[in-house]
Each structure stands twice: as structure tokens, then as C-alpha cells.
Design a protein around this ligand. Structure first.
Ligand code: SF4
Length: 406
């Protein structure tokens, strides 16, 4: 098979993986000048799922042969798709050729499991080692980690890769047992723990060799099983807390050709994935806890964003006097982000905040105005019921172009 034919199959096979954003990688400046490329924290290139979503950056599989039979995966053992396999040196050559032509900024490499977890991981590491040591490649490398592989191999991968990811795939052990019985949540967590320990070992050590400087990430597939958003967010929260993950990526399940009966025929609403990303952003950046956003079982609202939903359920905190409130509470006002909160706090050190300041500082007034008090403004909407406010603020988004906050 020609290299270009393999590339066609193995790039297409990789497009379902959403876990390869490349932001946050510091430049490898300590490794000297004259190497190829540099890590600039930008995305690499884009790939699209069949329904048109842009899900990730540069990506290719080493092979789409796989011993496992995960029901949601197009590359599963029982799938009737064309198969191909790169030799490690072929991936190295492609990466260097594409890099020199300015097509890419780095490599995202994943793989089906062939022969054994250790053998597959060795092949992935071989590619990264060759790029870094033989070709002085300074571009971005994101390696997918095979959870069952020897921890020593995962540690080697961490020395060469900017980012490692171990896909948890499904939010609970029970979901894995049903849809991916050859995988175990325990070994996935162990692999994440190995990476986390490697990161902690070099943290603060100026002379220590880099170890996954862009951190580790994972992917959760949404809507392949009946797990609700509450469970998904709690699972993500635990991963952030236990393993210091940089990002959890949520990927709405894409029905695949000839899919088994165990997975749905239709995808979940794209808005569900979007709301999970918004909720995840609140966990990471705003100090919300998963059980604040979804107290009981169930899913996030689709018609309003989770920050607005929280504010409408906690009217006892509002309207909030922006001239007196704690910064952490100001950041919880719908339509006011972290950066604007800082600017408001700086401003009120000089003078009292007025309503016009909110527009000037680019608050989303349509969302913020029922929830804030300023020196010259008290919201008439404060008397309206949460239900009435919600009706007035329901979003009607364009499904193909979703900003983080609608
Ligand atoms: S191990 Fe990975 S490639 Fe293989 S079937 Fe499962 S998800 Fe697909």
C-alpha cells in the first residue's frame, strides 16, 4: 500500500478523537537553537467529524487494526473498515515532510492496539524518540497513551511528548463494562496516575528534563450510553482533582457505519456537548463544583447556559451590588467573566461603578442586568420570577457556530 493511501485511511480513522487540542505547550527553548520548529501553543490543524463539527487538531493513527472491540469505535475489531498500518519511520517521515512544507505544526499520534499494549506503546514512543533525538524536532507532539502499557513506557513517552492523553472514553466503570469490556477504569486511572506522578517529579525542578509540559488530557464520549450530565461532570471533576488533568474533552457520540445495536443510531443534541464544555469551563475557571451546577441526577439545560441556570436557581444572591460584592461572586453574575470581574474590582478602587461602566467593560448586559446593582441602577427585573426571566433569556443558537457562551 502506498504511503498516501495509508495516510488517507489512518487520518480518517483518527478524526473521532476529540482530545488533541494543543494549546498551552511552552516553547522548548531550553533544548538549544537550530532544531526544527518550535512549540507556540497554537492549534495544529483541524479535523471534522461526519456531522461537520471541528473536533481536533493534527491527528493520525499508527494503525487502525485493533484487538479490542469497543462498541462505539469505528476501528473496533469487528468493524468492517479498510485497515492500514504505518511503520514508525513512515510516521516520522510524514511528520517531517509536512512540517517542512508548513502544513502542520506537530503531530498527534494515536493507535489501535496491536499485538499487545506494550508493543503498541513502544511503537508510539519510537516515533516520538526518533523525531526528538534523531531529527531534533521541536514541534508539538501529542501521544495517545495505551492504558495497559508498562508504566516505564508511559514515562518514556512523557519525556518526548508535549502532551499525553489517556482516553477515559466513558464516564463510568459500568459504561466501560458494557461498551468496552476489554478496558478497565482502574487501569485508565493508573496510567493517568503515572503521568501525574511524572509531572509532579519535575515540578519546580529547573534542571529536570521536560515531562509532558502541556499536561495530560482525556476524552469522554457523550451520548453513547445513558450516563447523565451530572455523572459526567462529577467524573470530570474527579479527574481534574485526582490527576491534575489539563482538559477533559467531551465528544458527542457520532453514529458509525455498521454500528452494533448496543450504541444509539442517532447522535445526542450537539448543544448537550456545548453545555458540558461550558460547565467544564465553570469548574476549571470559576470555582463552581459539579454538584452546584447539577445538584441531583439529570442533564444540563439545553436552552440556557449553566451559569445563567445557576443564577436563576440562586436568586437569593442577587441582585448583587457590584460596588461591595466579593470578586468570586461578581464572577458568578451571568454575562460577567473573570477578566471583567478583575477590571470592575480595579475600577471600584478608584470610584463607584455605574451602569454605563458595564457596557464599556463589555459585560453581556442582556444577561447581567437582572442580577446587578450599581451606583445608579437597580434592576426592575429583580421582582420577576426566575421562570419569567428564563423565558426572556432563552437562547436560540446557530448549531454550527457555537461560541462558549452562546
Ligand atoms: S482500543 Fe481504541 S482503537 Fe481499539 S476499539 Fe477501543 S477505542 Fe477503538
Amino acid at each position: 500500500m502506498q504511503l498516501i493511501d495509508k495516510l488517507s485511511i489512518l487520518a480518517d480513522a483518527a478524526k473521532y478523537d476529540a482530545s488533541c487540542a494543543s494549546s498551552g505547550a511552552p516553547k522548548r527553548s531550553s533544548e538549544g537553537k537550530g532544531g526544527l520548529g518550535s512549540t507556540n501553543g497554537m492549534g495544529i490543524c483541524h479535523s471534522y467529524t461526519p456531522d461537520g463539527r471541528c473536533v481536533s487538531l493534527l491527528k493520525v493513527l499508527l494503525t487502525n487494526f485493533c484487538l479490542y472491540d469497543c462498541q462505539y469505535c469505528v476501528n473496533r475489531r469487528s468493524s468492517n473498515v479498510p485497515r492500514a498500518r504505518f511503520a514508525p519511520e513512515e510516521v516520522v517521515k510524514l511528520t517531517l515532510d509536512f512540517y517542512r512544507r508548513n502544513y502542520i505544526s506537530g503531530l498527534f499520534l494515536s493507535s489501535g492496539i496491536i499485538r499487545s499494549a506494550d508493543y503498541t506503546m513502544e511503537q508510539l514512543v519510537q516515533v516520538a524518540r526518533s523525531l526528538r533525538e534523531e531529527h531534533e524536532f521541536r514541534g508539538y507532539i501529542h501521544l495517545k497513551t495505551i492504558p495497559d502499557a508498562d508504566p516505564a513506557l508511559i514515562e518514556q513517552a512523557g519525556r518526548y511528548a508535549d502532551r499525553l492523553s489517556v482516553n477515559v472514553e466513558l464516564p463510568t466503570g459500568e459504561s466501560l463494562r458494557t461498551l468496552a469490556p476489554e478496558k478497565q477504569l482502574k487501569t485508565i486511572h493508573q496510567a493517568m496516575g503515572t503521568i501525574h506522578q511524572g509531572q509532579q517529579a519535575v515540578a519546580g525542578e529547573v534542571r529536570a528534563p521536560a515531562f509532558t509540559p502541556a499536561g495530560q488530557s482525556t476524552q469522554m464520549i457523550i451520548g453513547a450510553d445513558a450516563t447523565d450530565d451530572s455523572t459526567i461532570l462529577r467524573s470530570a471533576e474527579a479527574l481534574y482533582g485526582n490527576f491534575g488533568l489539563r482538559r477533559v474533552y467531551y465528544s458527542a457520540f457520532s453514529p458509525i457505519p455498521d454500528s452494533p445495536n448496543s450504541v444509539p443510531l442517532a447522535p445526542p443534541p450537539l448543544m448537550r456537548e456545548h453545555r458540558l464544555y461550558q460547565a467544564d469551563f465553570l469548574l476549571r475557571g470559576y470555582g463552581y463544583r459539579a454538584n452546584e451546577l447539577l445538584g441531583g441526577a439529570g442533564n444540563l439545560a439545553l436552552d440556557i447556559d449553566p451559569k445563567l441556570a445557576w443564577a436563576l436557581e440562586h436568586r437569593e444572591h442577587f441582585p448583587l451590588d457590584l460596588n461591595r460584592a466579593e470578586p468570586a461572586m461578581i464572577a458568578r453574575v451571568p454575562g460577567i467573566g473573570i477578566r471583567t470581574t478583575k477590571r470592575l474590582v480595579e475600577l471600584r478602587r478608584q470610584r463607584r461603578i455605574r451602569y454605563a461602566d458595564l457596557a464599556r467593560l463589555r459585560c453581556v448586559l442582556s444577561k447581567a442586568k437582572p442580577f446587578v446593582v450599581t451606583a445608579d441602577y437597580h434592576p426592575p427585573q429583580a421582582e420577576r420570577s426566575s421562570q419569567a426571566l428564563r423565558q426572556a433569556m432563552v437562547e436560540r443558537p446557530q448549531p454550527q457556530q457555537l461560541g462558549l457562551w452562546g
